[in-house]
Design a protein around this ligand. Structure first.
Ligand code: C6P
Length: 400
């Protein structure tokens, strides 16, 4: 059976060019870059090139730092815990602002700090699943140590007003972190245009390898390492560098930026083609206006059908999708994003997320368009809660 991968917000295939770039660093050039002998020194030029690819990919200046780590979860923890140690434990601040729809790597780290007495504001989102920059302005106090708002949401694809938020924080002298995991490779990410202090990303979200990520730190922004040990990354992140991963991430960043026009045209066209077919099914609505979303993501609420049942049935047909973020896929709780946007409790369990990539083909989209309505119909026929014409799924209808 042909399998179709439609869960690229969870992870992506490694681009073959990325794999080729990495291969030598597993079997021939495997030295530790901290070693003084030739096995160590011979890997350094490739590492330097990869770092340059990362700097160019987000338009970082040479005065800024990019710390190579294991993933965005580590990067998010590093920023938030680092601010706690620097500005809260070691300073006169005691407040962090974030949103209700951040990835758990942000919200759970904040919840951990609340146990240590930190005050955290989780800004609510509107029916489209986003906040307004004024929400941040109104929440900032003289005790605010950090604002952390994602660039784009992993479940809805909704894009947050990070530029306006960054300037609002800058004007109040408050540090700003953005989790850019779902923006890199899908949107232009330029840290000269958007004056963030910290920005985090993971290579496996833009066709690089799992197990390697990056943390951008603006020159002058305070940084307290999460991991202590050897003198790696200038002391900002101890642990032997994943050389192959870094080389792969640099190549993946170069390719992601180079394919941005394709993402914003062809991937967008295929996503909209799929979304139009999904939205045409009765009592199915898509969350968020397209113009405010990343080009590859659709989150649909299907009245009367449990999200888990939907993705399992799709899986039986060879189609890989998710009910929301993969890290919450085991949970039978209501989808927190759907709950946050005001979907009623039945609907909060009905979300299905499709996320495309530059490797998604028209034939694959046409096949999903053929299968999905049949799956919905089959599951509704056996549903105990669905009666045709059950009314709108939630207040937001698809927009062009
Ligand atoms: C916005 C955002 N921020 C952080 C992460 C974590 O990435 P890691 O490489 O696992 O550390 C993710 C990963 N979201 C996947 C897995 S939960 C999803 O299915 O939506 C993310 O989307």
């Amino acid at each position: 059976m042909q399998r179709i991968y439609m869960d690229n917000n969870a992870t992506t295939i490694v681009d073959p060019e990325v794999f080729l770039a990495m291969e030598p660093f597993f079997v021939r050039m495997y030295g530790n870059p901290n070693s003084l002998h030739s096995f160590g020194s011979e890997v350094k030029p490739s590492m330097a090139m990869a770092m340059e690819q990362l700097y160019q990919g987000i338009n970082a200046s040479d005065d800024d730092d990019i710390v190579v780590n294991s993933c965005a979860t580590e990067g998010n923890n590093t920023v938030i815990m680092g601010i706690y140690f620097h500005s809260i434990l070691g300073g006169d601040k005691n407040h962090i602002i974030t949103t209700q729809v951040e990835h758990p790597a942000v919200t759970e780290t904040c919840r951990f700090l609340e146990k240590l007495g930190v005050e955290v504001t989780y800004l609510p989102v509107n029916e489209e699943g986003v906040i307004h920059s004024d929400d941040v302005k109104n929440a900032i106090t003289d005790r605010t140590a950090l604002v952390s708002v994602m660039w784009a949401n992993n479940e809805t694809g909704m894009i947050f007003p990070v530029k306006q938020i960054a300037y609002a924080c800058k004007n109040r002298g408050v540090l700003f972190h953005t989790d850019a995991v779902q923006a890199i490779g899908k949107l232009p990410v330029n840290v000269q245009e958007v004056p963030v202090d910290y920005l985090t990303f993971s290579a496996h979200k833009f066709h690089g390898p799992k197990g390697v990520g990056g943390l951008f730190i603006r020159e002058g922004a305070p940084m307290v390492p999460l991991l202590h040990g050897g003198e790696h990354m200038g002391g900002l992140r101890s642990g032997t560098i994943n050389v192959a991963g870094l080389v792969g991430m640099g190549k993946a960043m170069e390719l992601a930026v180079g394919n941005l026009d394709y993402e914003l045209s062809e991937v967008l066209r295929l996503r909209n083609k799929l979304e139009d077919a999904i939205a045409a099914i009765p009592d199915v609505l898509v969350v968020g206006k397209r113009i405010h979303r990343t080009p590859n993501t659709t989150l649909a609420s299907v009245r009367g059908v449990e999200g888990e049942a939907l993705i399992w049935d799709l899986n039986r047909q060879g189609i890989a999708a998710s009910t929301g973020s993969a890290c919450a896929s085991e949970s039978l709780e209501a989808n927190p994003v759907m709950a946050a946007i005001g979907a009623d409790k039945d609907l909060a369990h009905t979300g299905v997320r499709f996320s495309l990539s530059r490797f998604t083909t028209e034939e694959e989209i046409d096949h999903v368009i053929e299968i999905f309505p049949r799956v919905v119909e089959r599951l509704r026929d056996i549903s105990s809660t669905y009666a045709a014409g059950g009314g709108p799924a939630c207040s937001v209808s698809p927009e062009q």
